[in-house]
Design a protein around this ligand. Structure first.
Ligand code: C2E
Ligand code: MG
Ligand code: MG
Length: 897
């Protein structure tokens, strides 16, 4: 009720009550009637005074109340404005002008300036500001919301980015409702704006963190569970479910989803562990167990967990944990275990090197085979196993192949820790990294010494005669084939000897097979002792033996056959008895008797039968012709041996004269054989036989001793001092102790060395020049002279000549003979003379027969001469006589210079 109405009503009530009550009261009073008018006036007067007083009081009271109300209102308003001002929310009112909607700002709280950087006035002056500064991406959405809120009256609640005056976007939360203004009756959108940038940023950070976390969890293949203990519910991550083969939707969030899948055998342990986790503060849980997948199979998982929240009583409220699939790991572990087992227990030795070729690991068999423990081997290069049996080239080729093909395989000799050398079969493989670099070298080997030994034994057995241990027929054939090929290539001879024991059958029958076997073993032994190591003695079975002698000609073969016959000369001791056994030997020679294995074997066989039919205990060649020839040589050889013993050899001497002095300066000793039947034999007929049979060595020694003694005898007899030239065969010269022999001869004869001249031919340096040079130096050191005989016919090298420390060259007879008829011979002789002089050697011409030759030589600076012109080779006494006769002087004087 308004104050005006109240006052008016109170006045009406009081005025009416006054009129009625005062009139009633005046009637009661004994007031004269005349006074009635006055009374009425007085009563009216009194009423005015009273009501005026009342009105005054009421209006005053009302005024005071109004004043109080205004003050209160002002205070409230000020307070409100302050609130709005400090509030983070900006209050706005838009008048909605039509359904479209068109909004007209009608109120905006002053704190808008803090939110946007613009004052409220700015918004009123530029009504489009609010819309214009919306983030382009948010504009459509905001407009749609506004339209809906304006048309349908739905509550507006949205977030968008708004461009602050400072140029940065702020997140704004906008909430508003549609109202009808009771004062104006207009529809208004009343709402507020709040800056939620910080919250938004926090939210985004949180979201990013969660995404990262989710990514990490999912990416790590780890399943996550989050257990709310009081509720008995569990959050299982997608991965947790897919790990078990389930889809996201197939597993709920009951605890039983987890426990029911654990393998019954593992469940008790898991439960115990979980219980410990729940009851123990700070505890962590970790358990490996099997869980069932959708398909019914079990997989191994690693389950780990931790209590992250406890209540006041310390009870676990929230537990978080992870599942890791261990199946691949377990499989790998199993495979690794398997491989490690295979590696360690392999029957083959295994050694693994790093790219630096140092050992990284070895297995048990490695230790068994090599004797080295893993500790001793690891870190070292495998070369400590080398046996030293392979050269650097072998290892170089091996590494070359490894580098080229990544693999090497072969047999290799290594050394055990014990020092024993053994053979192994080795395979080396290279393990490459994806970038092609070497990661490892694997060496796998097995000790094949035993196998090798067995193989060798088997090979030996298959190739040897079990009784005598001699090579058997097949080996002989192989070797003969190889020897023939070699002989053909090198143009050298070879011989096959087939031998059979005479009357062996009788021995066998009378003494029994055991004694016969023992005899054969003994025969085999003697045969191998008799021949050279490069020869093959084989047994064909029974009492037949075949010998293969490479690089042996008919004459040598006859020698060997003779030696073989001789080795049967002593009786054999078999089964306590003495046995005299003789062989028959057949000889076939390549190339004369054939070019093939079979032909030669047959030829030797036939020859053996001839030996047998000729009475045995002898040898025969395949052809009678060869037999005769060889027999003749052999006879000659035997005779020569006898001749040496019986003093049938003698020396003739031929003088050597000097062109400068015109005197005899020396003589050459030339050997002769006074053969009992054939008469005096020249050296050309027996020296080659002597050289072939080795007899040249004793013959040569006899010549040396005899010639030096003769020389000394002449000196003692008062003849002029002569130099004695002695011919030395190359065979003799090559004897290791030749210089020693010369020294002994000189000592024996007591002849000063300078009176001895050794004649050698150029052939001494053909074979082993170093040895020849050594012997020549030794002779030179002894002080004897050296000359090269038959110079110009053989092989000579200037450099050797220089190093040879030679004194003299003897121009060969063949050049001297044609000196005056053939210009070639003359030029050669001249060349020899000038070369000899330039090397400071003297020159002697041999075979000088005519005065013309002597004249030519003398005029061409030749130093000395020897030949029939002066004297033929003469026996010692005749030489002496010649030397002292005037003929010699005459001969000297003739050519002159
Ligand atoms: P040689 O050493 O070249 O000996 C020279 C040969 O020529 C000798 O033959 C000699 O008699 C012969 N002769 C000398 N002057 C003339 C001549 O004017 N005209 C012709 N046509 N010949 C002449 P001989 O004595 O028959 O010796 C032949 C070869 O036998 C020697 O050749 C020598 O190589 C070797 N010889 C001789 N005695 C020995 C010896 O004691 N030991 C060795 N190992 N070989 C010897
Ligand atoms: Mg000579
Ligand atoms: Mg000569």
């Amino acid at each position: 009720m308004s104050a005006a109405l109240r006052i008016s009503l109170i006045y009406l009530l009081l005025a009416s009550a006054w009129i009625w009550l005062s009139d009633a009261f005046a009637h009661l009073l004994p007031i004269p009637a005349e006074w009635a008018a006055d009374v009425q006036t007085l009563k009216g007067q009194l009423f005015v005074v009273l009501t005026g007083l009342l009105l005054f009081w009421l209006i005053r009271k009302e005024e005071r109340r109004q004043r109080e109300l205004r003050t209160e209102l002002r205070q409230t308003r000020a307070r409100l404005e302050h609130f709005v001002d400090v509030s983070p929310a900006v209050i706005y009112v838009f008048e909605v002008q039509d359904a479209h909607p068109r909004l007209r700002l009608s109120y905006l709280s002053a704190n808008i300036e803090r939110l946007t950087g613009f004052s409220a006035t700015h918004f009123f002056q530029h009504p489009s500001t609010a819309a214009d500064r919306l983030h382009p991406d948010d504009q459509a959405r905001v407009r749609a919301h506004l339209r809906r809120a304006a048309s349908e009256g739905t509550e507006l609640s949205l977030q968008y980015r708004w461009l602050h005056r400072d140029g940065r976007y702020r997140w704004i939360e906008d909430r508003a409702t549609l109202n009808r203004n009771p004062l104006t009756g207009k529809t208004e959108l009343v709402g507020n704006w709040r800056d939620i940038s910080q919250a938004k940023q926090d939210e985004l950070l949180l979201q990013a963190a969660e995404e990262r976390w989710r990514f990490a969890i999912d990416g790590s293949e780890i399943g996550l569970w989050d257990w709310n203990v009081p509720d008995n519910t569990v959050f299982f991550s997608t991965r947790w479910k897919t790990m078990l083969g389930h889809d996201e939707s197939e597993i709920g969030n009951e605890l039983s989803e987890w426990s029911s899948r654990i393998h019954p055998d593992d469940l008790p342990a898991v439960q115990a562990d979980v219980q410990t986790l729940l009851n123990t503060p700070e505890a962590q849980y970790s358990n490996e167990h099997r869980v069932r997948c959708k398909n019914g199979n079990y997989i191994w998982i690693l389950d780990r967990g931790k209590v992250v929240e406890r209540n006041d009583r310390g009870e676990a409220v929230r537990v978080i944990g992870t599942h890791t699939d261990l199946s691949t790991l377990k499989q790998r572990e199993a495979a690794l275990d398997l491989h490690a087992g295979m590696f360690m227990n392999s029957l083959e030795g295994i050694l693994i090197c790093g790219p630096d070729q140092r050992i990284e690991s070895v297995n048990n068999t490695f230790t068994d085979i090599t004797g080295y423990t893993a500790e001793e081997a690891i870190g070292h290069p495998p070369s400590f196993l080398s046996s030293g049996r392979h050269d650097a080239d072998f290892y170089r080729q091996m590494w070359q192949q490894i580098t080229q093909t990544g693999r090497w395989q072969g047999e290799i000799w290594n050394r055990r820790k014990s020092g024993e050398v053994y053979i192994e079969w080795l395979t080396i493989n290279v393990d490459h990294a994806p970038d092609g670099s070497v990661r490892h070298y694997y060496a796998i080997f097995s000790d094949i010494s035993e196998r090798k030994a067995n193989e060798e034994k088997i090979r030996h057995i298959s190739q040897h005669d079990t009784l005598t241990n001699l090579p058997n027929q097949s080996v002989l054939r192989d070797r003969l084939g190889l020897a023939l090929a070699h002989a053909q290539r090198t143009q050298k001879p070879l011989a096959v000897l087939f031998m059979d024991l005479d009357r062996f059958k009788i021995i066998n029958d009378s003494l029994g097979p055991t004694a016969a076997d023992a005899l054969l073993v003994e025969v085999a032994h003697r045969l191998t002792q008799t021949v050279r190591h490069q020869d093959t003695v084989s047994r064909q079975g029974g009492d037949e033996f075949t010998l293969l002698l490479p690089e042996v000609d008919a004459a040598d073969a006859a020698h060997v056959a003779q030696k073989l016959l001789k080795c049967f000369a002593d009786p054999f001791f078999v089964s306590g008895q003495q046995l005299v056994v003789t062989p028959s030997i057949g000889i076939a020679v390549y190339p004369a008797d054939g070019h093939e294995v079979d032909t030669l074997l047959q030829a030797s066989d036939m020859a053996m039968y001839r030996a047998k039919s000729d009475g045995g205990n002898t040898f025969r060649f395949h052809t009678a012709d060869m037999h005769q020839r060889v027999s003749k040589t052999l006879r000659l050889e035997n005779d020569l041996r006898k001749a040496l013993r019986q003093g049938e050899l003698l020396l003739h001497f031929q003088p050597q004269v000097s062109f400068t002095s015109g005197r005899v300066v020396g003589c050459e000793a030339l050997v002769r054989w006074q053969h009992p039947e054939s008469g005096l034999m020249p050296p050309a007929e027996f020296i080659p036989v002597a050289e072939d049979s080795g007899l040249i060595v004793p013959i040569g020694e006899w010549v040396l001793y005899t010639a030096t003694r003769q020389c000394r005898d002449w000196q003692l007899a008062g003849l002029q001092d002569l130099v004695m030239a002695v011919n030395v065969s190359t065979v003799q010269f090559r004897q290791e102790d030749f210089a020693q022999t010369v020294k002994h001869a000189l000592t024996a004869a007591n002849l000063p060395p300078r009176f001895l001249e050794i004649e050698i031919t150029e052939s001494v340096m053909a074979d082993n020049p170093e040895r020849a040079i050594r012997t020549i130096r030794q002779l030179h050191d002894l002080g004897v002279q050296l000359s090269i005989d038959d110079f110009g016919t053989g092989y000579s090298s200037f450099s050797y000549l220089k190093r040879f420390k030679i004194h003299k060259l003897k121009i060969d007879q063949s050049f001297v003979r044609d000196l005056n008829t053939d210009s070639n011979s003359a030029s050669i002789s001249q060349a020899i003379i000038s070369m000899a002089h330039s090397l400071e050697l003297s020159v002697i011409a041999e075979g000088v027969e005519t005065p013309e030759q002597a004249h030519w030589l003398a005029t061409h600076q030749c130093d000395e001469a020897q030949g029939y012109l002066y004297a033929r080779p003469l026996p010692a006494d005749q030489f002496e006589a010649w030397l002292t006769s005037p003929t010699s002087t005459a001969a000297m004087l003739q050519p002159g210079r």
